[in-house]
Write a new protein. Structure first.
Length: 253
């Protein structure tokens, strides 16, 4: 792997019984960049994301072949420690799922999993991760309230803070702003741009405007295949493949 590459995917295929969902995927995801996986609904974007932290293991009907190298280690090997792998990757879903506990404990729970138990250290880190997720100023007087009382946008930022608390190397985000209002969406995007200094971010979206705003690197998918991959300016300003051009022009969704 190149020193600037965080994830290297080679000859990745995913099958669901007789249907092939992903077809011979070969891509490189750079370190400390925002990589956007772009394409219409049903093209395999989310399945590709799930392969990266082996959430595909939860679906016995799926067969996965190929290689995914993270830090030069193939995570698809049978002996891989799945819990350790998933700790390296913070995951944001389309809808936020805060833990059924108060705001403070949503963050402290992840910290305790990493071995931090002293109250003073927990307090310091809870504040730090809420600040990283741009949520501290809004909740600093409400830490003992249930997380369910937060707005959807605040819950998504809380889930981001919770994911950061386990000290990941990679942030995976599956349509993380699709359920949010424009102001909350903007806040999440701004945090991603700041966080890429310390994390490699992989974001799934079908929204071209969002990809233009925040992507450094774009992977365009169509019907389970990678059609184009490259720097954002190259993909948007000089698309080479006809399907990419059609998508950019709004010819299909």
């Amino acid at each position: 792997m190149d020193i600037d590459t965080k994830i290297q995917i080679q000859n990745l295929n995913v099958f669901a019984k007789d249907q092939q969902i992903l077809k011979n995927i070969n891509i490189s995801i750079p370190k400390n960049k925002i990589t956007v996986i772009l394409g219409p609904s049903g093209c395999g974007k989310t399945t590709l994301l799930k392969c990266m932290n082996r959430l595909t293991d939860l679906y016995p009907e799926l067969k996965v072949t190929g290689n995914i190298f993270i830090n030069n280690q193939d995570i698809l090997q049978a002996g891989e420690d799945i819990n350790n792998l998933r700790q390296k990757m913070g995951l944001l879903s389309q809808r936020p799922y805060p833990l059924p506990m108060n705001i403070y404990n949503n963050i402290a729970y992840g910290l305790k999993l990493t071995g931090i138990h002293k109250r003073r250290e927990l307090n310091r880190k809870v504040v730090s991760y809420l600040q990283l997720a741009a949520l501290w100023d809004e909740v600093k007087g409400r830490l003992r309230e249930p997380a369910s009382r937060l707005s959807i946008g605040q819950q998504q930022r809380l889930c981001l803070a919770r994911g950061l608390a386990v000290n990941p190397e990679i942030i995976l985000a599956d349509e993380p702003t699709s359920a949010l209002d424009p102001i909350s969406s903007k806040s999440i995007e701004e945090q991603f741009i700041k966080l890429k200094q310390d994390y490699s971010i992989v974001l799934v979206t079908h929204i071209i405007r969002q990809a233009r705003r925040i992507a450094d690197h774009v992977i365009f998918m169509y019907l389970g295949e990678v059609i184009e991959e490259g720097p954002v300016s190259e993909i948007f300003d000089h698309p080479k493949m006809e399907k990419t051009k059609q998508y950019m022009s709004g010819a299909f969704n």
